[in-house]
Design a protein around this ligand. Structure first.
Ligand code: SAM
Length: 341
C-alpha cells in the first residue's frame, strides 16, 4: 500500500484541507461499507459495475457486442475491456477493490481512499479471497490522480457529494481519463436525503468543535471517538426497534440501511454530506469533456428512469424529477471522455 500523506496539506485553502481531514477522521472511525470480509461478490450479479459494460454503453457503434444490453454476459463485458486497460477507484472504501478484482481478475487497478483503515480492510479482503493484489493508495483522490497517469475507466461511487470542491474532483477525474475512457459516477439525490440530513444537522456543532489538530484519528481525543461510537450504538438500537415502534413508513424508508453500523453512521452522522445538484453536476461534466452516455435512478411516480430500457426518457426528465424531490434512489451516471480536454 502506498501512502500519500502530504496530499491534504497541499490544498490551497485551509478550509478544504480541514474539511477532508474531518471526513478522513469519520471514515477511519466508520470504514464503509465494511461488509463481512468473507463475503465474495457475485460477478454476474454485478455486471453493471464492470468497466466493459460502461465501455459497451459508451462505444456502442464500435463495440463487438450487438445485442440488447440486458442480455449482456460477463464474457461480453470482459471482451470489451481487455486485461491491459487500467481502472481507478476513487474513494474505494472497504469493498470496491474486492468487487473490481473479482470482475477484472487481471487488469491493473488503482484504488484510492482517504481512510487508511478502509484500505487495510480492502487489502485483507483481497488476501482472504486469494486474489491478485490491487494497488491501494492512501490520500486525497484529486492529488493522487494527478500523479498516477491515465486510466480507461474510473469508478467514483458515493464520493462526489462529500467533497469541499466537487467540481474540481470531477475535473481531475476527467483529466485522468483517456479519450473514450469511461467514468461511472454515483451521487445521492439532493432532495431524497432530507431526513438523513436533518439528523446530521444535530451534529453540526460537534463537527465544528473538532479542531484541525484533532481531526487525525490518531490524535483525536478518546472521548470524541467514544462519543461518536456511543451515538452510533444508540442509532443501531433505534434501527433495530424501528419495525416495532409502529411507524411503517419510517421503517420502510430506512430499510436500505439494514443493521450496518457503517451505513447508520454514513446516513446520520456524516460531517460533510451535501446536497449536490444533478443539473450542476451534468453542466460541470460537459464543461470538462465528459459526455453522458447512460443514467439510472428511480422516480416515485415514473418508476425506473433508465436510458437503456427507456430510451424515450430524456435526461431532462430525470433532472426535473430530481428537482421536484421525486427520486427515491441514488443516481448513477455513466460518462465517456470526449476529446483531450
Ligand atoms: C460513502 S464511502 C463510498 C465507498 C465506496 N465507493 C462504495 O461505494 O462502497 C466514501 C469513501 O470515499 C472516501 N473519500 C471521500 N473523499 C475522498 C477523497 N477526496 N479522496 C479519496 N477518498 C475519499 C472516504 O474515505 C470513503 O471511504
Amino acid at each position: 500500500m502506498r501512502s500519500d500523506e502530504n496530499s491534504l496539506s497541499d490544498k490551497s485553502t485551509h478550509s478544504a484541507a480541514f474539511f477532508l481531514d474531518r471526513m478522513q477522521f469519520f471514515y477511519e472511525l466508520f470504514p464503509y461499507p465494511n461488509r463481512p470480509f468473507f463475503l465474495r461478490p457475485d460477478p454476474k450479479g454485478s455486471i453493471e459495475a464492470h468497466a466493459g459494460y460502461a465501455h459497451i454503453l459508451a462505444n456502442s457503434e464500435t463495440s463487438p457486442f450487438r445485442g440488447n444490453i440486458d442480455d449482456l454476459q460477463l464474457r461480453d463485458a470482459r471482451h470489451a475491456f481487455p486485461v491491459n486497460k487500467r481502472i481507478a477507484l476513487v474513494g474505494c472504501g472497504t469493498d470496491e477493490p474486492l468487487l473490481f478484482r473479482t470482475l477484472h481478475p487481471h487488469n491493473p487497478i488503482v484504488a484510492i481512499d482517504l481512510s487508511h483503515r478502509s484500505l487495510l480492510r480492502a487489502e485483507k479482503k483481497i488476501r482472504w479471497h486469494r486474489l491478485k493484489p490491487v494497488m491501494l493508495i492512501h490520500g486525497d483522490a484529486e492529488s493522487v490522480l494527478k500523479q498516477e497517469g491515465v486510466f480507461d475507466h474510473i469508478q467514483c461511487f458515493g464520493v462526489l457529494h462529500h467533497q469541499p470542491e466537487p467540481r474540481s474532483l470531477l475535473e481531475a477525474m476527467s483529466k485522468a481519463l483517456k479519450s473514450n475512457g469511461t467514468l461511472r459516477l454515483m451521487i445521492y439525490s439532493a432532495k431524497g436525503r432530507q431526513l438523513e440530513r436533518g439528523l446530521q444537522r444535530r451534529f453540526h456543532n460537534f463537527w465544528q468543535s473538532l479542531t484541525s489538530e484533532h481531526s487525525e484519528s490518531t490524535s483525536a481525543p478518546l472521548a470524541t471517538r467514544l462519543h461518536l461510537k456511543w451515538v452510533a450504538f444508540k442509532l443501531f438500537l433505534w434501527r433495530l426497534c424501528l419495525p416495532m415502534l409502529g411507524s411503517g413508513a419510517k421503517s420502510k424508508r430506512f430499510r436500505y440501511i439494514g443493521l450496518s453500523r457503517a451505513r447508520l453512521a454514513d446516513a446520520f452522522l456524516h460531517p460533510s454530506d451535501h446536497a449536490l445538484s444533478l443539473r450542476d453536476t451534468l453542466k460541470w461534466a460537459s464543461q470538462c469533456g465528459l459526455e453522458l452516455v447512460a443514467y439510472k435512478a428511480k422516480s416515485y411516480d415514473l418508476g425506473w428512469l433508465n436510458v437503456q430500457s427507456h430510451p424515450q426518457i430524456s435526461i431532462q426528465t430525470l433532472v426535473d424529477e430530481e428537482e421536484r424531490g421525486n427520486i427515491s434512489t441514488n443516481i448513477v451516471l455513466v460518462f465517456k471522455k470526449v476529446g483531450n480536454a
